[in-house]
Design a protein around this ligand. Structure first.
Ligand code: NI
Ligand code: MN
Length: 227
């Protein structure tokens, strides 16, 4: 059994594990990295880190069309539930065994308002443990925080972290994050989509290689990491 991680672009990510298709932060419409429509996307579960438009994205449309279950914090699940969407609400520090693996909601230092300005609760990251024991940490939009060291103690196979700066960690803090998380592999995301988050991921990757034991993996949209 293998797990395939896909980078669609910005913070839109895919994970296929135990024959289950997960999409994390399913922003397709208006995402400049993505060349296909949200109508062509299939999912069993949608994981939403927070309510900002570049993460909530096409959650409502995809969930309605595919009948996917949304996993997110309580506030986002309430907002989606009012629109008739199937949800599994959780919150920070809580974990739950789903048929595809275990999901834990982790701290993220950020904001979380919906495009309609309503409150989206605390933003989250996700720690996913697959049925074959692979640990994948999706940081979500966040600044650097010291408790990443606790998440790192889990023994991460793959970490996906923002490097864009301005709204999240920039390259310097993201490098510190890699030192705390100590994942086998790390994929940088949330850069170059907008002018204020312009970064060179390859320069950053060279620093990760020089200063840590983690392997940086810079992905083009549509590229994958197989675990
Ligand atoms: Ni955000
Ligand atoms: Mn964002």
């Amino acid at each position: 059994m293998e797990t395939v991680f896909t980078y669609y672009g910005h913070a839109t990510l895919g994970l296929r594990t135990a024959e289950t298709k997960l999409i994390i932060d399913p922003w397709f419409s208006g995402n400049p990295w993505v060349k296909f429509s949200a109508k062509d996307v299939n999912a069993d579960y949608l994981l939403v880190t927070h309510a900002h438009g570049d993460h909530l994205g096409d959650t409502v449309a995809i969930a309605k069309r595919t009948d996917a279950t949304v996993i997110s914090n309580f506030e986002i699940c309430e907002w989606l539930g009012e629109q008739g969407i199937k949800t599994h609400s959780m919150h920070l520090g809580g974990d739950f065994q789903f048929p595809f693996g275990r999901v834990k909601l982790t701290t993220a230092m950020h904001g979380s308002s919906f495009p309609d300005k309503s409150y989206g609760g605390n933003p989250v990251g996700f720690l996913i443990t697959t049925l074959h024991g692979k640990k994948i940490y999706l940081a979500g939009d966040t600044g650097l925080f010291g408790d990443m060291a606790l998440i790192g103690r889990e023994g991460l196979d793959l970490a996906i972290i923002p490097i864009g700066g301005n709204y999240t960690m920039g390259p310097d803090d993201a490098l510190e994050a890699v030192k705390l998380l100590a994942p086998k592999q790390v994929v940088p995301i949330h850069y170059n989509t907008f002018e204020v988050i312009k970064q060179d991921p390859h320069t950053w990757a060279a620093r990760v290689s020089a200063e840590t034991n983690s392997e940086p993996v810079v992905l083009k949209p549509g590229e994958t990491v197989v675990l």
